[in-house]
Design a protein around this ligand. Structure first.
Ligand code: SF4
Ligand code: SF4
Length: 352
């Protein structure tokens, strides 16, 4: 049989479709357990992987990783959804996660319409037989089921912050950064921003067309730039770099009606650094509001299934006069006090 049809791995594994007549109306996700699907006939089922041929939990479509707002931006088209390489496709066609490599960012889970991936706290893929899901080799049937799930309501939260989750996230992120190298911050930031509903494209390594690490835009209603800088030294230059980025963008695109500039970082600069003063000065002098977004904050947006466009525009603008990142950004983000102890953490609190 043709290898064009089946690649080098023999016939494709069967995918799954819904039992005839079942229409999913809601997918309820929770931490620690697979999603529960509600159907229009009142029945429910545990989520199970459809084994989508295009595996959106693993792979971005090309249109997602280029900039719709700035098509000439030299985008790195790396399609990997998982920034740490923890998720792979098994012989059954379902993905599988290496728990040691997963940093529970939640990007893969956010892209599964069925709720077949949950975070406990690392990602787990459920691929069990269930009478409501029938095996098929007809990819059109799977695509039809995928479309039905994509229009179903999403409820629930994948993961909530806790001392252990925040500390482990930081430690796994640092390990991945050391292992993967200097492309990791841009890749992680891009993927989290896309999962948070922001069009984001990252610059191809070595390309000098544009300096910014990421361009932001459609389907987000604002155009912008971002610098992804990890480490308490590298982040200090990010506000000045963003000024440069904005000058380049405006030079190429003309002055947009709305423009946003974000620093995506793993740690918050301490209060004695000049970072927060520069952010304030830039706003006062040129009217550019720079947002400081920690990876933890982006993860919390993804874990809760929220979208950046639903958050207040200026939520992430923090400067020398902001008493607390926790109270000014993270708690409004989740709408409640954080479930994290008061001991300062560099992704939660600005150290003195
Ligand atoms: S985990 Fe979800 S998105 Fe990934 S292949 Fe299975 S059903 Fe599709
Ligand atoms: S939660 Fe994040 S790190 Fe873990 S497998 Fe999914 S995409 Fe990869």
């Amino acid at each position: 049989m043709s290898q064009i049809l089946f690649g080098n791995h023999g016939p494709a594994a069967p995918s799954k479709t819904l039992r005839r007549g079942l229409i999913p109306i809601a997918v309820n996700v929770t931490a620690t357990a697979t999603g529960i699907i509600e159907f229009s006939n009142g029945s429910t089922a545990e989520a199970t992987c459809l084994r989508c041929p295009s595996t959106p939990c693993m792979t971005f479509a090309d249109s997602e990783v280029v900039s719709a707002s700035l098509p000439e931006f030299p985008a790195d088209r790396n399609p990997s959804v998982c920034p740490t390489g923890a998720i792979t496709k098994t012989i059954s066609g379902a993905p599988s996660v290496n728990p040691d490599a997963c940093m529970f960012c939640g990007v893969c889970a956010s892209r599964c319409p069925v709720g077949a991936i949950y975070l406990n706290p690392y990602a787990v893929v459920k691929d069990q037989p269930h009478p409501d899901f029938l095996e098929t080799r007809d990819s059109k049937e799977t695509a039809a089921s995928f479309a039905l799930f994509s229009s179903a309501a999403r409820r629930g939260v994948f993961l909530e912050e806790s001392d252990d989750v925040v500390d482990e996230l930081r430690s796994r992120m640092e390990r991945a950064w050391k292992t993967i190298g200097d492309r990791f911050p841009d890749h992680l930031a891009r993927n989290l921003l896309i999962a948070a509903g922001v069009g984001a494209a990252m610059r191809r390594k070595g390309d000098v067309f544009a300096r910014m690490d990421l361009v932001l835009g459609a389907p987000w209603p604002m155009y912008g730039c971002a610098e992804a800088e990890f480490g308490d030294v590298a982040v200090l230059d990010a506000p000045r770099d963003l000024l440069d980025d904005v000058a380049v963008s405006v030079g190429r695109l003309g002055k947009p009606t709305s423009l946003i500039a974000l620093v995506v970082t793993d740690v918050l600069p301490n209060r004695r650094s000049e970072y927060w003063r520069i952010v304030q000065d830039i706003r006062k002098v040129v009217g550019l509001s720079i947002g400081t977004v920690t990876v933890l904050a982006l993860c919390m947006i993804v874990w809760s299934g929220r979208r950046m466009r639903d958050l207040p525009n200026d939520l992430f603008h923090v400067d020398i006069d902001t008493p607390s990142y926790r109270q000014a950004v993270l708690e409004p983000l989740v709408g409640r006090p954080l479930r994290i102890g008061s001991e300062p953490r560099p992704s939660v609190d600005i150290a003195k």
